[in-house]
Write a protein of this length. Structure first.
Length: 428
């Protein structure tokens, strides 16, 4: 079988840097340098003509910088993978580059091994990334996507095993960021059925809630969803929890799962705010069907302890490691704890950090204007956009655990052979 060649373009205004990188790549059998460009504009033109697989892109260049070029190139052809090269200390550029569509960063001077590894890695990501689902979504945000054999939307559960970690705030902001970044259909579900907060966070009022769907689970279709979900100004659709906790209690785990399955047929992303417990069927039912669990941790011992416990339970429940996307929320280096130490204690890597917005987050909640709207340039808003970018760009069909499609047999990993009720019933 012949080896696939990765076609690479190098973009840097310093000719010497271009030449050095080319030399480094010369002896790699699976990598071929197909072009070199010396500013962003040349890069955009060459990318259109040559369609390289991977572009090594400098940031600071005359005429058009690397970030603007990355944005133009990835908007034109999202299958082209861009690796940004930057000197140390340009972390703000790195954030912006990621938002512009870059897949990876290399700090200059670039080492040979890092270079080879990054090129192969991003190329692999590109190869497994699902093709854009053109036509599936109208960017208007009303109505729903066509049904039939279209791919199903991503179900993203924002969860923390410790209350107050920021699940509701992150879920609301993430849903809006996903909508703004992708222009696709995004729904947000208040899975905290008894004490939902999303109506306050988003300043929404609705006489219809999840209870109205639970009563008519077998009839859920686009029209019913349009009737029950409320539209937020950001064009996301929100399924609220009932104002009365007793009403929330009436929704069964099975009904909640059926609602989520129906919603993922109609939306590209369904973000679920969850209840901070994994010892209840209702909470587990959401985590079970989720494609990804955005697991929120804060740097407090009580939260870290629960995260460790949850990760052990997740193993027992046969959740794959890729399913769990660990996010450090309210990240602050004044907490007296090192992230790498925490990572080795819990034996899981933090995939992304969301900074501590301090009063700004509380203020945004009190005003009912999510931070990503009210303070779009706030560092924490940017962190949330990065999260949205990671989840919308990196989640691949190949990387995900089995998804249950209605009409197919449900996957039966070990821990689910005999569905049993209750936390301990599930485990033992
Ligand atoms: N990144 C952040 N920076 C600063 N404050 C934050 C951040 N994320 C959340 N908060 C604050 O943390 C508090 C709890 O947030 P939130 O209600 O979203 O948490 P939760 O996990 O949903 O809580 P609950 O368990 O009550 O549902 C709020 O005061 C919110 O303003
Ligand atoms: Mg909450």
């Amino acid at each position: 079988m012949s080896e696939e060649i990765i076609r690479v373009m190098i973009v840097d205004d310093v000719a010497d840097t271009c030449d050095q990188l080319e030399k480094l790549l010369f002896f790699e059998k699976d990598i071929e340098v197909v072009a070199k460009a010396h500013n962003g504009r040349e890069a955009v033109d060459a990318a259109k003509k040559l369609k390289p697989d991977v572009i090594l892109m400098d940031i600071n260049m005359p005429e058009m910088d690397g970030i603007a070029a990355t944005e133009a190139i990835t908007a034109d052809d999202p299958s082209i993978q861009v690796i940004i090269m930057s000197v140390q200390g340009e972390t703000d550029y790195l954030r912006r580059a990621m938002l512009a569509g870059a897949r990876e960063f290399l700090i200059k001077p670039v080492g040979a091994d890092d270079l080879y590894k990054s090129i192969r890695h991003v190329h692999k990501l590109g190869a497994t990334r699902p093709r854009p689902v053109a036509g599936r979504v109208d960017s208007g945000g009303d109505g729903a996507a066509p049904s039939g054999d279209q791919p199903k939307g991503q179900l993203l559960a924002v969860f923390s095993p410790k209350g107050g970690a920021g699940t509701s705030a992150v879920a609301a902001n993430l849903a809006i960021a996903l909508r703004q970044l992708t222009g696709r259909k995004v729904a947000l579900v208040d899975g905290n059925l008894t004490l939902g907060d999303l109506n306050v966070i988003l300043n929404l009022v609705s006489s219809t809630t999840v209870v109205d769907l639970a009563r008519r689970v077998s009839e859920i279709d686009r029209d019913l969803l349009n009737d029950v979900l409320v539209t937020h100004g950001s064009q996301i659709k929100v399924l609220l929890a009932p104002p009365n906790p007793q009403d929330g209690e009436t929704v069964s785990p099975e009904q909640l799962q059926a609602i989520l399955e129906a919603m993922r047929r109609e939306f590209d992303y369904v973000v679920v705010d969850t209840f901070s417990s994994f010892t209840q069927d209702r909470a587990l039912s959401v985590l079970d069907v989720a494609d990804r669990i955005i697991l929120l941790m804060t740097l407090e011992m009580t939260c870290i302890k629960n995260i460790k416990l949850f990760l052990e339970v997740a193993d027992l429940l046969a959740y794959s490691r890729e399913k769990i996307f660990l996010v450090l929320n309210k990240a602050d280096n004044r907490m007296g704890m090192r992230v790498d130490k925490v990572e080795s204690t819990i034996r899981h890597k933090v995939a992304l950090q969301i900074g501590n917005a301090g009063q700004d987050m509380a203020l945004s909640i009190n005003q009912g204007v999510p931070l990503v709207i009210g303070k779009r340039d706030h560092p924490v808003s940017r962190d949330i956009f990065l999260l949205a970018r990671e989840l919308s760009g990196v989640v691949t069909a190949a990387a995900l655990p089995e998804v249950h499609h209605p009409g197919e047999d449900k996957p039966t990993p070990k821990a689910r052979d005999k569905p049993q009720r209750g936390f301990f019933g599930r485990l033992f």
